[in-house]
Ligand binder design. Structure first.
Ligand code: MSP
Length: 652
């Protein structure tokens, strides 16, 4: 029989900055649901990706002196970028969509055209307040004291030609969809959408822009780019092959379950279904709006300087402990106050004490009393049935909660079972049974029952802590056949003469005070380096002996097999191109530099690097800093000179 399909998505993230713990929270939650669905036997498609167009990215790239594509590439695929973060967090996405991918661009153009051709997109005029220096439109309510909120200068009434989507036409069917009560969850968000957006009247939506270019061009009207939310929301179907030939899974997987943060529920539960209605396509199965992780009650933001770095936490506590903490602590639909104390406290109480201890005590006793392998004989006793019953119930309750995306409640159930198993140890007191030769069979039964309870717990914890569960399964002697969903809650799945392997401590206890101190140090902004003392004097003749000139970069390429080196061909004014190698690839891409004029010293003795001659040295300013771990870092900035300065001009 074909497996049931299950398609789940995260929002596609803006690559305008490094992602923080809030983004990680959303992706980890979606990952746990995807892993759970695979575990119970579904054919899962898990999609995540990046939302790469728009004015903000265009501006940030400009500030950084690179093209928008270079800018997003660095954040998405560069070292320590978004792909690296998901790899680190053990995210099991099946596909990754970037809105700059060709197939997506093509599909979005077709989607836009389809809505235009069926009369749902029309050309009109966008009216607003315009700030000429910023080239930006604002609405009345965005203005600050009647002035531009960005630069504070006066604005004037203006209008520009734009396309509009007939969102108003879909108000009624969207309201009906919201009122089904199953489409948007948690239920509180339904009223919010209806009262705040539908009831006041849905206005048609402006879906094209002409004030910037970093977007998907409207192919039948160049000069207009598609509104970034129309572009972004479409990812959920373009990445399955809707209106393109790159993928062919649209019929198979669509419709999806969308996991999104509460601030973008409006786009997903009003605009997105209206777009799909216009396209005549099936509507999403569900939109789930989760809460925010906040700090001291406020949202994390770069400007407030309170963003929490997932890399740092994963390094200090381990990926599984971090994943677990995020999903165990905060009710998925509500906001949660993040703190390091809470994180350490949860790891200590749930993972080191309750869970880790149960595994290590049980395996240690099997080793101590039976040399690691249990004998086959059994003798039932008091408390056994109670423990066994709870396993069966736990699996059922867990499943109900997981199906409702109530991840924290699903984990509550598992921890009730873990707590019950720990209590069973106290009740049966294996150390007393061990003293009596006649009670060896009973002792073996107690330990076997514990191993079975652990085995069930591990199956249920796998979507949350995949790596740890794998290790723990090996420790309790559970092979592949004893790890499957169908065996959760069953009894007698482990071999009667099961052998355990006591391994590493799964979660060592953390010293709260010491760790808080470490985190504080690591999180502190590196202090400004003291200025270096000026070097001893040189004579003017010594200075003049250095032949430093303006050179123009004719060619620049990466040196094969070298991470650092770039090879430059330079016009130094002599008529013959000069070759210089420079170890600055970490800071510049070759295409950024061609055509630029820079400073070089030409009369250093030639040097060979990676088999190539370097005849001189490009001059750079060095920015020294100390990173979070206290390691010294150097950043090189080439001395780029104005284009008016002639090639060959000497420094004097
Ligand atoms: N690009 C849009 C989404 C387009 S989806 C078609 C976007 N990107 S985002 O990078 O700004 O944020 C995306 C998501 O990150 C939020 O919806 C939310 O799920 C998550 N979070 C960002 N900050 C968060 C917290 N502080 N806490 C929890 N989740 C947070 O919006």
């Amino acid at each position: 029989m074909a497996k049931p399909t299950f398609y789940i998505t995260t929002p596609i993230y803006y690559p305008s900055d490094k992602l923080h713990i809030g983004h990680t929270y959303c992706t980890v939650a979606t990952d746990a649901i995807a892993r759970y669905k695979r575990l119970i036997g579904c054919d899962v498609m898990f999609l995540t990706g990046t939302d790469e167009h728009g004015q903000k990215i265009e501006e940030k790239a400009k500030e950084a002196g690179v093209t928008p594509k270079q800018f997003v590439d660095r954040i998405v695929t560069g070292e320590g970028g978004i792909l690296d973060l998901w790899k680190l967090m053990n995210i099991s996405n099946d596909r990754f969509v970037r809105t700059t991918d060709d197939y997506h661009v093509l599909s979005v153009q077709r989607i836009f055209k389809k809505m235009y051709e069926n009369g749902d997109i029309y050309k009109g005029a966008y009216k607003g307040k315009y700030c000429t220096p910023c080239e930006s439109f604002w609405t009345e309510s965005q203005l600050v004291d009647g002035k531009c909120p960005d630069c504070g200068r006066p604005v004037h009434d203006a209008e520009e030609e734009a396309y509009f989507f007939r969102l108003s036409k879909y108000a009624k069917p969207v309201q009906e969809l919201l009122e089904t009560g199953t489409f948007l969850e948690p239920a509180s968000r339904v009223n919010e959408m209806i009262n705040n957006f539908i009831k006041p009247g849905l206005e048609d939506l402006c879906v094209s822009r002409t004030s910037f270019t970093w977007g998907i061009p409207v192919d039948f009207d160049p000069g207009h780019v598609v509104y970034v939310w129309v572009d972004a929301l479409s990812n959920y179907i373009t990445a399955m092959g809707y209106l393109n030939d790159t993928y062919h899974d649209y019929e198979h997987y669509w419709p999806a379950h969308h996991i999104v943060g509460k601030e973008i529920v409006r786009f997903h539960s009003i605009i997105w279904p209206a777009m799909l209605m216009s396209l005549g396509e099936p509507l999403p199965k569900k939109v789930y709006g989760h809460g925010w992780l906040v700090i001291d009650g406020g949202k994390m933001s770069k400007s407030k300087g309170n963003v929490v770095d997932p890399y740092l936490l994963a390094e200090k506590f381990g990926v599984d402990a971090l994943r677990f903490f995020l999903l165990r602590t905060f009710p998925f639909g509500s906001d949660g106050n993040f703190s390091n104390e809470l994180l350490i406290g949860t790891i200590n109480s749930d993972l080191a004490n309750a869970f880790g201890n149960l595994v290590s005590r049980t395996t240690a006793m099997v080793e101590k009393y039976f040399g690691g392998t249990l004998p086959a004989e059994r003798e039932a006793g008091e408390f056994d049935e109670d423990l066994r019953q709870l396993q069966v119930e736990t699996v059922k309750k867990y499943q109900t909660q997981m199906e409702a995306f109530q991840l924290h409640l699903a984990l509550d159930e598992v921890f009730k079972l873990i707590g019950r198993a720990n209590k069973y140890i106290d009740e049966t007191a294996p150390w007393i049974l061990a003293k009596d030769e006649n009670k060896k069979t009973r002792l073996a039964t107690v330990l076997y029952n514990l191993l079975e309870a652990i085995r069930t717990s591990l199956i249920l914890l796998t979507p949350f802590m995949p790596e740890t569960c794998e290790k723990a399964f090996a420790q309790i002697g559970a092979d592949e056949t004893a790890r499957g969903w169908e065996t959760a809650g069953c009894y007698g799945v482990l071999p009667l003469q099961v052998s355990v392997r006591k391994g590493e401590t799964l979660f060592p206890r953390i010293d709260m005070a010491k760790m808080l101190d470490e985190l504080e140090k690591a999180g502190k902004k590196p202090e400004a380096e003291p200025a270096k003392p000026v070097l001893p004097d040189v004579t003017i003749d010594q200075f003049a002996a250095c032949d430093m000139r303006v050179v123009k970069i004719l060619k620049c390429e990466a040196v094969k097999k070298s991470e650092k080196l770039l090879r430059f061909e330079l016009d130094d004014g002599s008529g013959t191109p000069r070759q210089i190698l420079s170890g600055i690839h970490k800071f510049y891409e070759p295409e950024q530099l061609v055509g630029k004029k820079v400073l070089a010293i030409l009369n250093l003795p030639p040097r060979k690097m990676m088999g190539l001659d370097s005849n001189g040295m490009l001059l750079s300013a060095v920015k020294e800093s100390t990173d979070q771990e206290g390691k010294k870092k150097e950043e090189l900035h080439l001395m780029i000179v104005s284009d008016d300065v002639p090639v060959g001009a000497q420094l004097c």
